[in-house]
Write a protein that binds this ligand. Structure first.
Ligand code: 5AD
Ligand code: SF4
Length: 477
């Protein structure tokens, strides 16, 4: 039987042409026949991975709710189950396969239930092939570039009662005017660009999320202004590498200018992630320093401490250049907090090279760093590199690195004791409803006793009384 499937292809996903990206304002539609499809029905959505995926999850939820579906927190009673997946490391993928495996029985009992796999894993050939052969309970697979087609795809899956697979691998457009069901009521993510053209040799993201493409400034500002009107207090501008914002549109100093324009709206808190150390400009530093509502917190992934490893990772900077940037930001913004991503066990990383990673952690004394063991991703250049390092060595390095990172995180937290910090209240903690939690301007998590009447979304002053390894305790003053 000939299948009308559109399967992923990593080779096509790697291609970058000079063609301008299409910015589509009216591609999204819910066909007449699909309009009330979800009425009386429930969806369960689980999202893994980074903020980009979380934001995609909000779009998926928004689309489903426009089709009449309502959310349920458990997949057992859902009519549609969606797994919005992450492909950045193998561990995250195994978890999804485990969960989809468990759904087999319930699908047998309830054959009308639709199980969908989307997100970054859907963009990988090997994953989709494995689903086709081994995970027959999956009814629908759609890629990161296909979200806007969800109403049609879901309708087709119902109508034909056959598997639907639609994954576009070529470049990708910018699709505007998609609905969103936001998770937060006072903090929101705003995409400013999609994709990545950096092609670090270990990373699958440039393949699963496609070409770097920016949203028009006016579309971003419209979303920002709507959020402010709806009472949002904090906006985080999102991109795999926000520094590259606007380059594809021919904007000069694109990110610095955008950041400044958003800061000028007066939104109480403005954040951004992620910045690549390679194209972090002086004008960005100047803007961050100038506006008090731009939070003094920069996620600046270093990935490794050895120049040779950085070169083989394709990171485009040396440690001397990274330090120079770090020092320059610190000088301009003395109270700035820094976090990082660090990989250990890159193919053939030597003991000496790993020691250099510990050295850069000692140098930067990060407020926090996310640490990972290198995970081989099929289709990336690093997957072809020889690697003779034992897994046990990599695990030992990870433990050493975690301990070193924790030491500085703890020191940083200790330095807050006795100080008073502005905290944006997230809400009561799960264990004790008298204790609320929220983040400082520098993105440190605080648990604190509130004064009567304080509620989620308030900006309050909290005196820090005690520091734990990764959190602070305090009381509202
Ligand atoms: N293996 C381990 N970690 C990875 N990351 C990206 N790709 C890989 C990989 N193949 C990490 C990087 C990146 C973060 C989001 O995930 O540190 O900054
Ligand atoms: Fe991956 Fe590098 Fe792009 Fe980050 S900058 S998404 S690590 S390729």
């Amino acid at each position: 039987m000939k299948k009308n499937w559109n399967l992923p292809d990593l080779k096509t996903a790697r291609i970058r042409t000079k063609e301008n990206t299409l910015i589509e304002h009216s591609l999204f539609e819910i066909p007449e026949e699909a309009r009330n499809m979800g009425s009386g029905k429930k969806y369960f959505l689980r999202t893994y991975g980074c903020q980009a995926n979380e934001r995609d999850g909000e779009t998926i939820a928004g689309i489903l709710e426009e089709m009449g579906y309502t959310a349920t927190p458990t997949w057992e009673d859902a009519d549609v189950v969606l797994m919005n997946t992450c492909a950045v490391r193998e561990g995250a993928e195994q978890k999804v396969f485990g969960e989809v495996g468990q759904m087999k029985h319930i699908k047998k009992a309830r054959p009308d239930m639709i199980i969908a796999v989307c997100g970054c894993m859907a963009q990988e050939e090997a994953v989709v092939n494995r689903i086709i052969t081994t995970y027959r309970q999956v009814d629908l697979v759609f890629g990161t570039h296909n979200i806007y087609r969800l109403p049609k795809l879901l309708y087709e899956t119902y109508r034909t009662k056959k598997r639907t697979i639609e994954v576009f691998s070529k470049q990708g457009e910018v699709i505007e005017n998609l609905p969103a069901r936001r998770v937060g009521t006072h903090k929101a993510y705003v995409n400013i660009m999609y994709g990545c053209d950096k092609f670090c040799t270990y990373c699958i993201v440039p393949y699963t999320r496609g070409k770097e493409r920016s949203r028009l400034k006016e579309d971003i500002m419209q979303e920002v202004n709507e959020l402010i009107k709806d009472g949002y207090k904090e906006i985080t501008l999102l991109g795999q590498n926000v520094n590259a914002y606007g380059k594809d549109l021919g904007y000069a100093d694109g990110f610095a200018n955008l950041l400044e324009e958003v800061a000028k709206t007066g939104i109480p808190r403005l954040r951004f992630v992620t910045s690549h150390p390679w194209d972090f400009t002086q004008s960005m530093i100047d803007v961050i320093a100038k506006y008090p509502n731009i939070m003094k917190y920069i996620h600046l992934p270093v990935q490794a401490g050895s120049d040779e490893v950085l070169r083989r990772m394709g990171r485009r900077y040396t440690i001397a250049e990274y330090k120079e940037l770090f020092d320059r930001i610190k000088k301009a913004i003395p109270d700035c907090a820094f976090t990082s991503d660090i990989i250990v066990g890159f193919p053939n990383e030597t003991e000496e090279q790993f020691q250099k990673t510990l050295e850069i952690v000692d140098y930067c004394k990060y407020d926090l760093a996310y640490t990972f063991i290198y995970s081989k991703r099929a289709g990336t250049p690093a997957a072809l590199m020889e690697d003779t390092v034992d897994r046990s060595v990599k695990e030992e390095h990870l433990q050493q690195l975690i301990a070193r990172v924790a030491k500085y995180a703890n020191e940083k937290n200790q330095s807050y004791v006795g100080k008073t910090e502005w905290v944006l209240v997230d809400g009561p903690s799960k264990k004790n409803s008298d204790v609320y939690s929220g983040y400082t301007e520098t993105q440190h998590l605080v648990n604190f006793r509130i004064k009567e009447g304080t509620k989620a979304g308030d900006l309050v002053q909290v005196k820090i009384l005690e520091a734990k390894s990764f959190t602070l305790d305090g009381e509202q003053i």
